[in-house]
Design a protein around this ligand. Structure first.
Ligand SMILES: C[S@@+](CC[C@H](N)C(=O)[O-])C[C@H]1O[C@@H](n2cnc3c(N)ncnc32)[C@H](O)[C@@H]1O
Length: 284
């Protein structure tokens, strides 16, 4: 988004009251902490929404969000509020552990062909899910004893649409090993676009849906073999993190694996997980 100052547009200011109405709503409904230091960030991220709606002040915007017609705007507001930073092969030791330990273990346990169920919770624009798909598909080529499905959820409809389209700039996939690039990424026919698309075979192994981790009930399948919830809970307070981890763990089968991001932990939490490696846990 172009900086409104560069575009010569007026910056609309948010008062302390408007900030507290929005930040309290965002925290209690979506878990995202909004301390007062985030006021300028929120004000700046929402400029685009006020312009799109042709609303001249935050007073009117906040009234609109909380009006009976504000439902759709809440979804679009959350698209701006959520932080969606992600990458292919982010925290690569998780994918090494998947190939070296989890897949051999899960696929050797059973004599019948298993369909592994994976959840990418807080999937952002799909890089995490497609990294998993590439790694698992590549493993299947040598070991055909299992199939898999990756269920992906996020609160932001904007990033979910990017994930469904599965088109990425070439520089975003620079980190993908060449062997996997050749097999699972398709170059755009127009070389000037410098984009790639995930192959239809891998896209068919994923589903994407909007889900708020603050919901009391998760509309998602049961008995996952693996749940990835990485770099999502960092925006929540400790109590909320514990509640969300318990709800996610309830969807994991016993012996299934749970992954957190590098700066997240379950320390001092009452959750049915045992650490097997830093940020990797097994359900007990
Ligand atoms: C920083 S991204 C992490 C993406 C990916 N898991 C990774 O590690 O690269 C965090 C994602 O969590 C999502 N998120 C934040 N609060 C959420 C909530 N209450 N329910 C579901 N998703 C949420 C955001 O929309 C964002 O896409």
């Amino acid at each position: 988004m172009q900086d409104p100052r560069e575009a010569g547009e007026l910056i609309l200011k948010m008062s302390a009251t408007e900030f507290s109405r929005l930040s309290e709503f965002i925290y209690s409904n979506y878990g995202i902490k909004m301390p007062v230091e985030k006021k300028i960030m929120l004000q700046s991220r929402l400029q685009k929404r006020l312009r799109a709606l042709n609303i001249p002040s935050f007073t009117e915007y906040v009234d609109y969000v909380f009006s009976k017609n504000g439902h759709e705007e809440i979804v679009l507001m959350m698209d701006q509020v959520s932080t969606n930073k992600t990458d292919f092969f982010r925290e690569p030791h998780h994918f090494d552990f998947l190939v070296d330990t989890i897949l051999p273990e899960l696929t050797s346990r059973s004599s019948v062909k298993r369909n592994l169920k994976v959840w990418s919770a807080g999937c952002s624009s799909g890089e995490e899910a497609y990294t998993l798909a590439m790694v698992m598909e590549n493993y299947i080529e040598q070991n055909k004893s299992f199939d898999y499905h990756i269920h992906c959820t996020d609160i932001s409809t904007k990033v979910l649409q990017i994930a469904v389209d599965a088109v990425y700039k070439e520089d975003r996939v620079a980190v993908v090993p060449l062997e996997l690039k050749k097999k699972y990424l398709l170059r755009s026919k127009d070389p000037l676009k410098k984009t790639v698309r995930i192959t239809p075979e891998l896209r068919a192994k994923t589903t994407f849906a909007r889900l708020n981790l603050m919901d009391s009930y998760y509309d998602a399948p049961d008995s996952f073999d693996m749940v990835f919830c990485r770099n999502v809970l960092i925006y929540f307070d400790k109590k909320t993190q514990e509640k969300v981890i318990n709800k996610l763990a309830a969807k994991l089968r016993r012996g299934g694996y749970f992954f957190l991001g590098h700066s997240e932990s379950i320390m001092a939490m009452n959750v049915p997980l045992k650490q097997v490696k830093p940020t990797i846990f097994v359900k007990v």
